[in-house]
Design a protein around this ligand. Sequence first.
Ligand code: SF4
Ligand code: SF4
Length: 460
Amino acid sequence: MTTKFFIDNEMIEKLLEDAKNASESEINEILQKAENFQGLTEYEVAVLINLEDKKYLERIFSIAKKIKQNIYGERVVMFAPIYVSDYCINKCEYCGFRCDNKFDRKKLNMDELREEVRLLEKMGHKRLALEAGEHPSTNPIEYILECIDTIYNMKFENGEIRRINVNIAATTVENYKKLKDIEIGTYILFQETYHKETYERVHISGPKKDYFYHTTAFDRAMEAGIEDVGGGALFGLYDYRYEVLGLMIHNKHLEESFGVGFHTISVPRLCEAEGVSRENYKYLINDEEFKKIVAVLRLAVPYTGIIISTRETKEMRAELINLGVSQISAGSAVEVGGYTLREKKGSQFTVADERPARDVIYWLMQENLIPSFCTACYRMGRTGDRFMQLAKTGNIKNVCLPNAIMSLKEFSLDYGDKEFSELADKIIKDKINDIGNPKILETTKENLQKLENGERDLFL
Ligand code: SF4
Ligand code: SF4
C-alpha cells in the first residue's frame, strides 16, 4: 500500500464539497469552538471559508478581532525585506524576476549589502527578511551565508540587526543545516499554490517546477533542526478556499511529524495590475474575500503569526491588523539595492503602502497600536515547540507586551523626533498597566528608566 502525500487533492475537494452542507447548528458550534480559542480542524475551516452569508461573516470577523485582541493585544511586530539578488533560473509566470524577463539583474556585493543594511538600521529596523532568487551558481548557499554573516556582524551606534528571517528557494537538508548553524530566525517559503495542477502550470520551468520537492521543503528544514518555519500562499493563483485548506493541512502535517506547525503564515495576494488581469487569473480575490481569509486563519490557528506585506494599501492593512495580522513590513523596497537607490534618487516606492517606515510606525501609534521591534524569543531560545507551548498557555503575553513597550521606547529615543517621542510616551503610559504581573510591571518600568539612561537592547 502506498502512503498518500499529505496534500491530497481529492481529500481537499471532498472537504470543500461536504462543507457546503453544514447545518446552521453545526456552523454555530464551530464558531463557538473558535471563540474559545480552541483552533479548528480542516473540515471546520472548510465550513467557515465557504460561508458567504453576511451574518456569518460578521460573526467570523468579530471572533477574529476578539482572538487578536486577547492573544496579541495592540502589538504589531515590524520588519523589512532586503533583496540581495534577483538572479533566478526559474520561470514563474506571476513574478517579475522570472528568468526570461530581460532587465539588468543585480546581486549585492558585501559593501553594497552593508550600505543597504545601514539604511535599514537608520530607519530603526531590527528584524529583516532576506530574499533572493534561485540561482545555484550566482546565489549559492555560501553567498547567502556570507550575507547573513555580514549583517549579523554589523554594529551601529543604535544597535544592530537582531534577527534575520530567510526566504530562499527550497533546498537540501545539508543547506538547511548551514542556515540553522548561522542562526537564522524563521525560514520562510511560500507554497504559492497548493493545487498541483495549477502549480505545475504557473511554474513553467526551473527547479521550482517540482511540486513535491517544493512542498516538502519544510520537512527538510525541520529535519535539519530549523524550528521556526513560515508558510504562505499567493492568493489569486487558484481558489482561495483550496489554498486556505492547503495551508491548514500543511500545518497539521508539520505538527504531526515534528511537533510544531507554522510559526507564521504570510498572505500575499495577486492584485489586478499591469500584466495581471482577471482574464489570465480568474481566481483573483477581492477585499472582502481577503478579509475573510485572514479572519478564518486567525480562528483556525490562533497562535500562529500572520504577516502581510507592503503590497496592501494603508486602509487594507488597518482592517487586516484588526482581524488578526500580527506582523507587517514598513518602508519596504522590493528591488535589489532598493534602499540605496531610494536614498540617492529620493525615489518613490513601487508598492501600495508608500509611506516611509517612520510614518507607518507613527500611523500605527495613532491607531492606538504598539509597533514592536522585539526579537526576544529567538534570542532567548524560545523557538519551535517551546514557543508554541508558551503561546498556547497564554504566558507569552507576559513577555510580548513588556518587550513591545521597551522596544518602542528604544526606537523613540534613537529614531524619533519630539512629536514621535511624545506620542510613543503616551502610548507607553496608556498600555503599561495592562501588564498584569506586578513583578514584570516593575521590571519593565526599571528597564524604561535604564533605556532613558542610555542602556539598549533590553528584553524579557
Ligand atoms: Fe520569482 Fe522566486 Fe519564481 Fe524566481 S523563484 S521567478 S524570484 S517567484
Ligand atoms: Fe515575538 Fe517573542 Fe517578542 Fe512576543 S516576545 S513579540 S513572540 S519575539
